[in-house]
Design a protein around this ligand. Structure first.
Ligand code: 6OG
Length: 164
């Protein structure tokens, strides 16, 4: 496992409803050109839940009754801090989904390979390499935890994920 010196708190949040999941195409910053949930850094005065709700509003324009469903820990060789990411999910939301400077939201089918769905399948090949390991647990409503270490070229070198 890679060593790290500091840890920073982040959030990542998803809407999952009626056989579909809302992902955002990241237009800038860390994880640019990848699909992900909505989220970012937890500010010093807020709880992870408060940060998750705020980031969902800022990046997708919607308000959701988010619930924590997982905890992830990432270490990147070229970044001096490790990422502790609380993962949240909601099965409803209010407001209208909007594209922002940071994210282009889109719906994807949660039933992999269902030919009847008009939505595209979850685009794992254009997501962080860890996502395929824990996304099935998120979709199944099972709480999860895990760690992944990424080397300089972005390859996931070592990982461990489990239901809790
Ligand atoms: P901002 O830079 O937008 O926050 N994030 C990761 N998500 C996954 N699935 N895998 C990773 O492996 C990640 N590293 C960071 C946390 C960054 C957003 O990206 C997530 C935040 O939601 C390394 O403020």
């Amino acid at each position: 496992w890679l060593a790290f010196e500091k840890v920073k708190l982040y959030t990542n949040a998803f809407i999952v409803e009626e056989g579909r999941i809302l992902l955002g195409y990241k237009k800038r910053g860390f994880g640019k050109d990848l699909y992900n949930g909505f989220g970012g850094k937890v500010e010093p005065q807020e709880t992870p839940l408060e940060a998750a709700v705020r980031e969902m509003q800022e990046e997708a324009g919607i308000t959701a009754p988010l619930k924590k469903c997982g905890t992830l820990f990432f270490v990147c060789e070229d970044i001096d801090h490790a990422f502790h990411i609380d993962i949240f999910v909601a099965d409803e939301y209010t407001g209208a989904i909007i594209e922002t400077d940071e994210m282009r939201p889109g719906w994807f089918s949660t039933s992999q390979g269902a030919p009847s769905s008009e939505l595209p399948p979850i685009p794992y090949s254009r997501m962080w390499a860890d996502d395929v390991f824990w996304m099935p647990m998120l979709l199944a409503g099972k709480p999860f935890i895990g760690r992944a270490d990424f080397v300089q070229d972005g390859t996931m070198q070592k990982w461990w994920f489990a239901e809790v």
